[in-house]
Design a binder for this molecule. Structure first.
Ligand SMILES: NC(=O)c1ccc[n+]([C@@H]2O[C@H](COP(=O)([O-])OP(=O)(O)OC[C@H]3O[C@@H](n4cnc5c(N)ncnc54)[C@H](O)[C@@H]3O)[C@@H](O)[C@H]2O)c1
Length: 350
């Protein structure tokens, strides 16, 4: 389902008028984590009030633990106690945690109310706020409960990235590099030139975020429910998700695990697939420049067990995104025997 995405600096103060322009209702629940609430909620609240929208702000603790059914229940309670009706609007101000949680609540409260995504991390602006995946974690696994639910509006204010910690920049940059690798050689080359120099004032930021959003929108537009093509967005994630789950989501930021995952999957693409050696060397050089936490001690069995839980797997076979060139990829099965070689390769990178 198509929806407008605004990208630029200084957009938060214009939220109220965008809200009205897109015909949204009169009452809004503003959901944010406590860090972001402190930084940007006043701007959003003032802009909504100036346009006769009645907003109620709710802060949740920052961090992955808030992406839970328990926290969703607390938000339902607010909505019910304040008598929000079908024309309610949930405004998600924050990173992927807030966006996924608030999006899930919007998808399920009264069988669905309007949702606005206001992403404030690079990762959320280029990835999680686009594409309609919402959800929470279960004690038995990440993102296991959720819904595909499109927002009515996405407003990515690049100015909010000025307060983003360095680690979060790196985590978002990993996803930017991923888009270049799977779909756009020129974007990959742009990231090569920008690594270490990118910040909220960089003149290239707007075109970079816009390009990532276009790639994601184009892929998702063809395959909203991940039956086929959307799986290419998972390059680096077969191994990345396994690393996150082995370390119980405490050791890596999502993008940091994806950086290790992309290194490993690029290696496998060269070793057993069609990726030319020279391309691999170039990818490795870029990914190695980005600081990331060291890998944990890994054994083959543990890695395989975690990779086998990947959502892309079909009929019991592990599927991975294979790079053919920088900017071209395909999804295909991979053998356990081949996967094992990645541990030895990673050891040469630490
Ligand atoms: N729905 C999807 O398609 C999708 C895609 C990728 C990732 N995700 C999910 O996204 C989540 C990760 O998102 P994230 O990396 O944005 O993490 P996050 O939401 O935890 O935010 C990271 C940290 O940055 C802080 N922060 C956010 N914006 C800030 C700002 N402008 N200035 C200062 N601090 C700021 C937050 O308080 C938090 O501590 C994971 O739960 C992951 O599963 C979802």
């Amino acid at each position: 389902m198509p929806y407008p995405v605004y990208i630029g600096s200084g957009l938060l103060p214009q939220l109220g008028s965008l809200y009205r322009r897109h015909g949204l209702g009169g009452r809004a629940l503003l959901v944010s984590d406590e860090t972001v609430l402190e930084l940007y909620a006043d701007t959003v609240l003032d802009s909504l009030k100036a346009n006769d929208v009645e907003p109620i702000p709710v802060g949740i603790p920052a961090g992955e633990a808030s992406k839970s059914l328990h926290m969703a229940d607390q938000l339902y309670e607010r909505l019910i106690r304040h008598r929000f009706e079908r024309n309610a609007v949930i405004v998600a101000l924050g990173g992927g945690v807030v966006g996924d949680l608030a999006g899930f609540v919007a998808a399920t409260y009264l069988r669905g109310v309007s949702l606005i995504q206001l992403p404030t991390t690079l990762l959320a602006q280029v990835d999680s706020a686009i594409g309609g995946k919402t959800g929470v974690n279960h004690s038995l696994g990440k993102n296991l409960i959720g819904a595909f639910y499109a927002p009515s509006l996405v407003v990515a204010d690049l100015g909010t990235l000025a307060s983003l910690p360095q680690r979060e920049w790196r985590s978002g940059l990993a996803e930017v590099i991923k888009y270049g690798l799977i779909a756009d050689r020129a974007l990959f080359e742009q990231t090569e030139a920008l690594v270490g120099k990118l910040d909220a004032r960089a003149p290239e930021l707007e075109s970079l975020v816009s390009r990532c959003v276009s790639i994601k929108a184009e892929v998702v537009g063809e395959d909203e429910r991940e039956a086929g093509r959307r799986k290419v967005l998972n390059f680096g994630h077969t191994l990345g998700h396994a690393l996150e789950s082995i370390t119980e989501y405490k050791h890596f930021r999502h993008g940091e695990a994806v950086l290790w995952g992309m290194l490993g999957e690029a290696f496998l693409s060269q070793r057993f697939g069609a990726l030319p050696e020279m391309e691999f060397v170039r990818i490795r050089r870029l990914l190695s420049r980005l600081e990331k936490p060291a890998l944990p001690d890994l054994d083959e069995q543990t890695l395989l067990a975690h990779v086998q839980r990947d959502k892309k797997n079909q009929d019991g076979r592990v599927h991975m995104v294979w790079l053919r060139h920088i900017g071209k990829c395909q999804v295909q099965p991979i053998d356990a025997k081949q996967l094992r070689e990645v541990i030895g390769f990673w050891a040469t990178e630490t």
